[in-house]
Design a protein around this ligand. Structure first.
Ligand code: ADP
Ligand code: TRP
Length: 321
């Protein structure tokens, strides 16, 4: 069974990325042959600075390896090291109805937020379909916001298969319901583009300041809070602390008597401890970049050999060869 997922190098990775995508993806590497890649072509739709792209790409590699991606079990590579994927993108784009892309909410959201759209941003789901189909992927673990893109991929694969005969495996998205949407500092979905993130790794002082800045209401500490389960800090605490601890804080908040400042302090300590081992591993990796680059180069070689076979199949089916 082939498991595949990608992540854009568009900024430092945060708790939403970790619990929504990285952790489930890392756990899945025990269940099948996983392929994970850094979607640097996709990042070109919104990020224009080459220095930043290069830095972010390395950071994503370090973050993933530090969090437990095991290159002995998993093929880990940079998207652009398999250029075949862009060739397949063109082929898929010719069976993709315009309406399918026009309905994509992620595109509409980005435009609504003021990003001036280029063709790449509009065609983004077709490149994503190529990413998925070129490795005969069965399972695609992603956060809720990417589900529609995997559905678009399925539609494109079905269309191509109808037009040219059975060529592609039809993939399934895999969304973990319990962490489908990690809230950010302001209660909206945590996202690099909303500036409301808590990063997985970074400077302790700056991150503590961020955690202490989580938005709360103006109720007094003594007031009972029947909606304690909706509290942003409680929701994040449930991800980083043992379940009994998180429940204890939730109960105390509900009953009244627990101040928001104390809650946020506790949240920070649990979050910081949760990633302590990964932080040490990341420092080790950062001092051994030759190893990291070798992992990515080996991953690219393996990914490319699969991609070339599937692309060839599509070329024969469509009469290009
Ligand atoms: P961002 O919104 O920060 O730009 P991406 O769109 O690059 O994040 O998402 C990378 C992966 O992380 C995707 O699989 C996405 O679904 C997941 N993800 C991002 N933010 C969250 C979140 N707040 N909760 C759960 N999953 C998330
Ligand atoms: N679009 C995804 C995101 O922003 C990243 C991505 C690119 C991806 N290609 C993929 C995810 C293929 C899963 C499969 O999160």
């Amino acid at each position: 069974m082939r498991i595949l997922s990608g992540i854009q190098p568009s900024g430092a990775l945060h708790l939403g990325n970790y619990f929504g995508m990285m952790k489930p993806a890392i756990e899945l590497q025990e269940k099948g042959h996983a392929f994970y890649f850094i979607a640097n072509y996709h990042s070109m739709t919104t990020l224009v600075d080459p220095v930043e792209r290069r830095k972010n790409t390395l950071d994503v590699a370090l973050d993933f390896l530090a969090c437990g991606l095991d290159p002995k079990k998993t093929v880990f590579f940079r998207q652009s090291d398999v250029p075949e994927v862009t060739e397949l993108t063109w082929m898929l784009s010719t069976v993709t109805p315009m309406g399918l892309l026009e309905r994509c909410t992620s595109y509409k959201d980005k435009v609504a937020k003021g990003i001036s759209p280029n063709h790449g941003l509009f065609a983004y789901p077709v490149l994503m379909a190529a990413d998925i189909l070129i490795y005969d992927s069965n399972i695609v673990p992603v956060g809720q916001d990417q589900k529609q893109h995997v559905e678009v991929t399925r539609d494109i694969a079905v269309k191509f298969n109808e037009q040219y005969g059975e060529t592609f495996v039809i993939p399934e998205p895999q969304i973990r319901a319990d962490v489908a949407k990690v809230p950010g500092l302001d209660g909206e979905k945590m996202s690099k583009s909303y500036g409301n993130t808590i990063e997985i790794f970074g400077d302790e002082k700056a991150l503590r300041k961020k955690a202490m800045g989580i938005k709360m209401d103006s109720r007094t500490p003594q007031e009972p809070k029947p909606d304690a389960d909706q509290n942003i800090a409680i929701q994040i605490l449930k991800l980083v602390a043992p379940p009994e601890t998180a429940k204890d804080y939730e109960d105390r908040l509900r009953a009244g008597g627990l101040g928001y400042g104390d809650l946020k302090k506790a949240l920070f300590e649990h979050y910081w401890n949760h990633f302590a081992a990964a932080r040490a591993k990341r420092a080790e990796l950062a001092a051994n970049l030759d190893y990291v680059n070798k992992v990515l180069a080996d991953g690219a070689t393996q990914a490319r050999s699969v991609a070339q076979k599937v692309l060839q199949r599509a070329k024969v089916a469509s009469g290009l060869e």
